[in-house]
Ligand binder design. Structure first.
Ligand code: C2E
Ligand code: MG
Ligand code: MG
Length: 828
């Protein structure tokens, strides 16, 4: 509300009455469109009492479309003495009426107040329009949604239709007498300019020049796209101006922009699709609902070995026969393809095998447009490599890579099936468990390649012994298993085991070596109710029994074997512990000169002082220690301890300085190239004279790998020590090798001593050995002399040195020391 008291607006009643009498509506509004005063005519026309309206805004009475124009014009009236008349629609008591509104500011009356006269043009305009085309036309122009500009030849807007206010919020007065560019976005000036120029040059009024520019809205400065249609009427005598009609095309422009975006996206998608089609490793073929090929990639041609021209020609028969000719099962392929064409919405995946060995994976999916099936996409991937790999992997999973025999998993599987079968036919199965006796020695001495070849040869030898229906497997390392089904009687299995034993005993020619191997076999029989694990375990136990009974033989499973195995396992654990806890001791057995009865040396023999089982002989643990790979630690202990002990007795003056010490070395050590180095370091540690050390190596250890042994023995001998062949005569020696080997002593095995000294008529092998040694200039030591008779016999055949219970049992160091002391007190 204004601060003016309306009743005080007029100084006299006459004044106000004069205004009341006016035929026009008179309103005085404040700067906020609030009514300050109204004349009587206003009350009549608007159908309200002025008193009820004073202080209220008149805005609600103005037609919404004309409101902006009214506001613009009102603002300019506040600043001017008198403004231009405008035509607006306002809500009178009788409905919408058209008024010509004229205003002038009356600041003198109240600050910001404007005095308005509203002349009702409605009836006149109706009359004019009904009688006057021009008036009708003017009204049309005034209310058209297009903005119509009249522009002078200089480019200035002469007049503009009311739509400029409705559409852009601009007061016509702001636009008039200015260049049209004033409301055009700067970036579009050149468009407008060139369009105007063209229009100005083209005097043909029927040809409008059309351009598109952006107008700036009054309040928001937002840019709105308009299409301008410029008609040159400069030379028209009546007008002499250019008429520019501007249509709001923002919606169209937006749609166009959207369309452009969509088109660009489409182009992108298409090019991506094309590139992907060509880049993919899959062969792709797209076929429409009529089975016509609509698309394919070059990979498809390559995979199927077909020519592009064949596809382009569209000769289906030719293509189909080219395809079918390559397949292993063309009928099945055709049937599946046909079925998919009929089941239009089905997706599928299958494998196609080619005659040339290739394998394709085929995928097929329907092609849809707007939910409608329009064809089918086939894609093909060459999976030959994967398939090959898969079957290789499968083979690897079930077969042993080295021998080509079944592996443990497949063996178990077959055994399980065999057990299921015997439940039906009431027969038996037999399982043989084989373990090579000297494989570690072969492997260590001749190398892994020879070892591998040996395993292969064993595999082949086993197959050679079996029937077609039997199965051989390699379980790992040097362990094999054999499954025999439909066993009728025990003897056929025993017979097979014997056949295998003798077949393997034959020396095999492997890479210029002649390798002999033997095997130990465990046999078990399974009836209904057995399990594969149980049968393998039992056969394994029997195999261990065969080993402990001397190898190169078979044993059948007996129930008591379980206890033996438990003891065996216990032994293993104890052995490992024994190394840490130093439970080994060395016993010394005297070696005596039979002619002088003089002590010439000792053989060092290891004993295991087992915490619960007492003193154990080597036979109880040496083989196991060899299998466990811990024998070298034991041997090292014995060598070190005996050198130390001898040096000590020497220092005590208990023995002569040329007394020898003979130490055993395991067969597996003979093959080890580091043995000489280790021995040498022990000699250095004790400052031990090497000529007093004898290393005993069993005959079989040397003979398994004569060449390798020769090299290592040479290295040992180079240290200055002597090498003795232990248990000579038991190891199937090839006597031809004997002369070429770097050895010094043959230890005649106990069995020959016993036989030779007996009165039975048997070949006197001991004598033969001594003679042979003489020829080869080797010394002999007889083992196991238990009687004086044997001692005499040995002396007679020329063997001077000997050891045995008769000459002295192996006893521990302290007992030996007592004997030595006694000896030095009263010499023999
Ligand atoms: P070997 O080297 O042939 O040792 C001789 C074996 O014959 C010893 O058995 C000894 O006690 C036994 N013996 C000695 N005199 C007689 C006799 O008059 N009659 C009978 N019946 N036997 C006699 P031992 O001590 O049980 O050793 C057995 C085998 O264990 C040894 O045979 C040797 O090959 C091996 N051995 C012993 N100590 C070691 C060692 O420190 N390292 C290795 N690798 N093997 C060893
Ligand atoms: Mg020995
Ligand atoms: Mg011996």
């Amino acid at each position: 509300m204004s601060n003016v008291n309306p009743s005080n607006l007029f100084s006299s009643v006459e004044q106000s009455r004069l205004l009341d009498e006016l035929p026009d509506v008179v309103l005085i509004l404040d700067s906020n469109f609030n009514l300050l005063w109204a004349n009587l005519r206003a009350e009549e026309v608007f159908g309200v009492k002025a008193v009820d309206f004073i202080g209220h805004s008149v805005v609600s009475r103005i037609h919404p479309d004309d409101l902006e124009m009214a506001q613009r014009s009102f603002e300019s009236m506040m600043e001017r003495e008198i403004g231009n008349p405008i035509e607006i629609r306002a809500m009178a008591g009788s409905g919408w009426r058209l008024f010509e509104v004229l205003g002038r500011n009356v600041n003198w009356l109240s600050e910001g107040a404007v005095f308005f006269t509203f002349r009702d043009l409605t009836d006149r305009r109706r009359f004019e329009i009904s009688h006057d085309d021009v008036a009708r036309f003017r009204s049309l122009v005034q209310h058209s949604s297009a903005i119509v500009f009249m522009v002078s030849s200089a480019g200035l807007v002469q007049s503009v239709s009311g739509a400029i206010t409705r559409n852009l919020g601009l007061d016509p007065e702001f636009v008039e007498n200015r260049a049209l560019s004033a409301i055009v976005a700067e970036d579009d000036w050149h468009i407008l300019q060139s369009a105007m120029d063209r229009a100005r040059d083209d005097t043909n009024a029927t040809r409008a020049v059309v351009c598109c520019v952006r107008f700036r809205r009054h309040e928001t400065q937002e840019l709105v796209s308009y299409e301008l249609s410029i008609v040159n009427l400069l030379h028209d005598a009546t007008l002499g101006e250019m008429v520019i009609t501007a249509y709001d095309v923002s919606a169209r422009v937006a749609t166009e922009a959207e369309l452009q975006d969509t088109m660009r996206e489409l182009r992108e998608t298409f090019s991506l699709l094309h590139a992907t089609l060509e880049a993919t490793a899959d062969g792709i073929l797209v076929v429409d609902s009529n089975r016509h090929i609509t698309r394919f990639n070059s990979q498809y041609l390559r995979l199927w070995h077909v020519d592009e021209s064949m596809l382009l020609r569209g000769d289906d028969h030719l293509l189909i026969s080219a395809i079918l000719n390559q397949l292993k099962e063309p009928e099945a392929f055709l049937a599946r393809t046909e079925a998919l064409y009929l089941a239009t919405t089905e997706e599928s995946e299958d494998t196609i095998e080619f005659i040339d060995g290739r394998v394709f994976q085929r995928y097929s999916k329907p092609q849809y447009i707007d939910g409608e099936v329009v064809g089918r996409v086939w894609s093909f991937i060459d999976v030959t490599m994967q398939k090959g790999l898969e079957s290789d992997l499968e083979h690897m999973a079930f077969y042993d890579g080295l021998t080509g025999l079944a592996n443990r998993a497949l063996f178990h599987d077959h055994l399980d099936h065999a057990i299921t079968r015997i439940e039906r036919n009431g027969k038996y199965v037999a399982v043989l468990y084989l373990d090579l006796d000297n494989f570690k020695t072969v492997n260590d001495s001749l190398g892994h390649t020879v070892g591998d070849d040996l395993l292969r040869a064993v595999g082949a030898a086993l197959i050679g012994c079996l029937r077609r229906s039997d199965m051989a497997a390699r379980l790992g390392g040097d362990e094999f298993a054999i499954l025999i089904e439909d066993v009728e009687n025990r003897h056929e299995v025993i017979h097979l085991a014997q056949r295998i034993l003798s077949s393997l005993r034959e020396p095999l020619a492997i890479r210029s070596h002649r390798v002999s191997t033997t095997t130990s076999i465990g046999i078990t029989f399974g009836a209904a109710g057995s399990t594969s694990e149980q049968l393998l375990r039992n056969a394994d136990l029997a195999m261990y029994r065969a080993k402990s009974l001397g190898k190169d033989r078979y044993e059948e499973f007996q129930d008591d074997m379980h206890t033996a195995v438990l003891a065996h396992l216990e032994l293993e654990a104890d052995l490992r512990r024994s190394l840490l806890e130093e439970q080994f001791v060395v016993h010394y057995q005297p070696i005596v000169d039979l002619s002088s009865k003089e002590l010439v040396g000792f053989e060092a023999l290891v004993r295991w002082n087992h915490p619960s089982r007492g003193l154990l002989a080597p036979s109880e643990f040496i083989t196991r220690a060899e299998e466990m790979g811990i024998i070298s630690s034991i041997d090292h202990f014995v060598l070190n301890e005996s050198c130390r002990q001898i040096s000590q007795w020497n220092a005590l003056g208990l023995i002569e300085s040329d007394l020898i010490i003979s130490v055993n070395v395991s067969a597996s050590e003979v093959a080890d190239a580091t043995l000489a180095e280790r021995v040498s370091s022990v000699l250095r540690d004790h400052d031990f004279d090497p000529s007093r050390l004898v290393l005993e190596i069993t005959e079989s250890a040397i003979m398994t790998n004569v060449r390798g042994a020769a090299v290592n023995l040479r290295a040992l001998k180079d240290l200055g020590l002597s090498v003795a062949v232990d248990d000579f005569g038991t190891g199937y020696s090839s006597l031809t090798h004997l002369g070429s080997l770097p050895i010094d002593i043959l230890k005649i095995d106990r069995s020959f001593v016993e036989v030779g000294a007996s009165d039975k008529v048997q070949p006197d092998l001991a004598r033969a050995i001594v003679e042979l040694a003489g020829t080869l200039q080797l010394r002999t030591i007889a083992e196991g002399v238990e009687t004086e008779h044997q001692a005499e016999y040995l002396l007679e055949i020329g063997c001077r040195w000997a050891q045995g219970y008769h000459l002295g049992r192996p006893i521990d160091a302290s007992a030996t020391e007592i004997l030595l002391r006694q000896r030095s007190e009263k010499p023999l």
